[in-house]
Write a protein that binds this ligand. Sequence first.
Ligand code: KIV
Length: 271
Amino acid sequence: MSTQKTEIIRRTTVPQITARKNGEPIVSLTSYHAHTAAIVDKHADFILVGDSLGMVMHGMDSTVGVPLDLMIMHGKAVVRGTQRALIVVDMPFGTYEESPQIAFRNAAKIMKETQCQAVKLEGGARMAETIKFLSERGIPVMAHIGLTPQSSNTMGGFKTQGRDEDTWAAHEADAKAVSEAGAFAIVLEGMVEPLAAKITKQIDIPTIGIGASAECDGQILVLEDMLGLSPWTPKFVKVYGDLGNQIEKAVAAYAEDVRDRSFPTDAQTYK
Ligand code: KIV
């Protein structure tokens, strides 16, 4: 009889993320790609397949042009590459705003085709009805307020929110509305610290900050930004790697080797 025990690996669940409110900080990064997701999976509580992939992977100027099929394709890759982290896939612009029914159809398509565990959508009070509709029907929703990149055209760019205290009440109302509608966590993006702190204290679900200070219950960054692979770095990013320069050096060394015929050598050759 075999005495070997097989380790059963279970993914972090939505209730486990929600239960981390006021607890151990929640760790998250974006990923769009199976191999990097496999690395992030060892360390993150959840991985977001963010629609920032339109800008980071596909060179778009904003996230507005990202199609649903692209989110599904990258979502599948990330789910295949991971075992432990909860996987959240962004709903792209135009796939959920029109009605709760359309949002349900598209969110269900994302979940069925990618096998992810939750979706994220942007917007506060205006999306509360949709968040309630989806979460009551088995689709866990992560909300996203503050700087919402899909609204960059109406916002006039990517602007830090809450610099004017007169605007705080609207952001606080957004956070309360999505929390009461059933969102399991909420991303606060590009928000001044005192407002992020106030919202984090006021609501019962975890806040995940990106450019929203250490007052949040967790943090998320775009992986390529923190690896030093993005062409510019926002103020709120701490850069932990130098991948851009490392890739450049490696590519230059390869080009030189090919040109002077020092690659391939016998070691890389089938004799
Ligand atoms: O698309 C994305 O990567 C995001 C994060 C910035 C939170 O929404």
